[in-house]
Design a protein around this ligand. Structure first.
Ligand code: NAP
Length: 455
């Protein structure tokens, strides 16, 4: 049984039964059987069906927004995820004909030589609760468009999301076997992967979850995309626009109660601007309204589960015990459970867990740095490599810094945004893979070479 405990009040919001091993195998079998006909349909038809399915999700947005607040605590004032969900799916639909086009090498009297991109078959998508629609659509839309069947195993914290997507996609005319939402426990998921049930698995979630998926796939030669955790840094150079840097980096640290894979968790500031930056950051955070996410005034909701808040409290408490300064007095709405005061820490070092381990919550440590070299060394001093955000007026300087940073993405003067035209990827413990962009399509298909001698 999967149980979603609402962070609003700790009540059980939804319960669903997981599939038995046999039922799960049968679901994968139905997807495999139906995929052949799906892949034969014209690309334009698959694109149109996915676009309609996406629009159907948009039509449900008024119901989805409070439902998300109940499931994972994001305030309703932010209006849900349809903007990013639609932007990503639409972009992937737009580029599909070019991204999936045959690569013609020769078509002469003697030879036809061409590389085609063929679907893997059945793609398993394992999605997290923190941006439950946007993270899922990154793979679901291009996988379907490329001619794969998709089985979605969503997070236990957000069990209604996959159901909504299935309803929307089926109403659009995508066959039920081609897009299936399933409730699976971890062992059954691993067993299915080990039994070669899928042609590709895309997992978005924790490092330990990614390791379990990779272990399950070992020796099966199933392709695996792993989009895992982060400890993303921001660097405010000496020539940065301090106001814009503070606003964006603190929003990047605190939005969604800090539960963003590419949320800002560490900030390094040119030493001459350190005090001014910290003052701005503290001012921004003090103005947040922590409370019930169903209240339109609330800007910061509870964390998705009290166990996540416990981890953030532990990291923060340890840092303070080791000499860090916490700048934000406890908010009235902080209940010692899921509702957590957002926090800014200074006097932090890389010896502290809060600067090394993923916090995935509304806390950020800020350190002064002497120059670019020190900032680069500190940014790279991390087991993770998802994104980094550099603030400067000079593109050449940002690019030179970017060349030396070990992450999947480097931003200049922005943060915490997935551009569907660029590859979403990471390095180190953030895993491996590449979603969105033309590379997303390459990962959701395999190349197949046709070497045809005409005479
Ligand atoms: P999680 O515990 O790993 O869960 C993510 C998903 O994986 C859920 O559907 C979960 O199912 C499933 N799962 C976890 N372990 C599994 C296993 N051994 N076998 C099968 N399925 C398994 O991660 P989370 O705490 O929910 O999400 C937060 C993490 O995701 C953070 O580390 C964050 O940085 C990362 N994240 C990364 C990206 C990215 O693009 N790089 C994006 C978003 C989030 P259950 O819910 O049923 O356990």
């Amino acid at each position: 049984m999967i149980r979603c405990i609402s962070p609003i009040d700790g009540s059980v919001y939804a319960e669903r039964e997981t599939l038995s091993a046999d039922a799960a195998q049968a679901a994968a079998g139905r997807a495999r059987a139906a995929q052949v006909a799906w892949a034969k349909r014209p690309l334009s038809e698959r694109i149109a069906l996915v676009r309609t399915g996406v629009a159907n999700v948009g039509a449900m947005n008024d119901e989805i927004v409070p439902e998300l607040a109940h499931q994972m605590g994001r305030p309703i004032r932010y209006g849900g995820e349809f903007g990013g969900f639609n932007e990503r799916a639409s972009y992937m639909a737009d580029i599909a004909p070019a991204a999936l086009a045959d690569i013609e090498i020769e078509d002469s009297d003697a030879f036809r030589r061409v590389i085609k991109r063929v679907p893997h078959g059945v793609v398993l998508v394992v999605a997290p609760w923190n941006y439950p629609y946007m993270t899922a659509i990154n793979t679901v839309a291009p996988a379907l468009i490329a001619g794969n069947a998709v089985i979605l195993k969503h997070a236990s914290q957000t069990p209604l999301v996959g159901e909504r997507m299935a309803r929307a996609f089926h109403a659009a005319g995508i066959p039920e076997e081609i897009f299936q939402n399933v409730f699976l426990d971890h062992q059954t998921t691993s067993d299915l992967i080990a039994a070669k049930s899928f042609g590709f698995v895309n997992f978005t979630g924790s490092v330990s979850g990614g390791q379990a998926i990779e272990r399950a796939a070992a020796g099966t030669f199933t392709g695996v995309g792993l989009e895992l955790g982060g400890k993303d840094p921001g660097y405010v150079c000496d020539d940065a626009d301090l106001e814009a840097a503070a606003e964006t980096l603190i929003d990047g640290a605190m939005f969604n109660a800090g539960q963003c894979c590419c949320g800002i968790e560490r900030i390094y500031v040119a030493e001459q601007h350190f005090d001014a930056f910290v003052a701005k950051a503290v001012g921004i955070v003090q103005a947040y309204i922590l409370g019930n996410p169903l209240d339109p005034e609330t800007t910061l909701g509870p964390m998705a589960h009290k166990r996540f808040a416990e981890e953030v409290r532990a990291q923060t408490g340890e840092a303070v015990a080791q000499g860090a300064t916490a700048h934000i007095p406890t908010f009235d709405a902080d209940d010692g459970e899921a509702y957590l005061t957002p926090q800014i820490l200074t006097g932090v070092t890389h010896e502290m867990r809060v600067m090394r381990e993923e916090s995935f919550g509304p806390v950020v440590g800020i350190m002064p740095v002497k120059d670019d070299a020190e900032a680069i060394a500190l940014m790279n001093d991390s087991p993770f490599g998802l994104t980094a955000s550099v603030w400067t007026k000079e593109v050449a300087r940002a690019e030179a810094i970017a060349d030396r940073i070990e992450t999947g993405t480097v931003f200049m003067n922005r943060a915490d945004y997935l551009d569907p035209g660029l590859c979403w990827t990471g390095c180190k413990d953030t895993g491996r893979g590449g979603g969105l962009s033309v590379i997303g399509y390459h990962n959701l298909t395999r190349p197949k070479s046709y070497h045809l001698k005409k005479a």
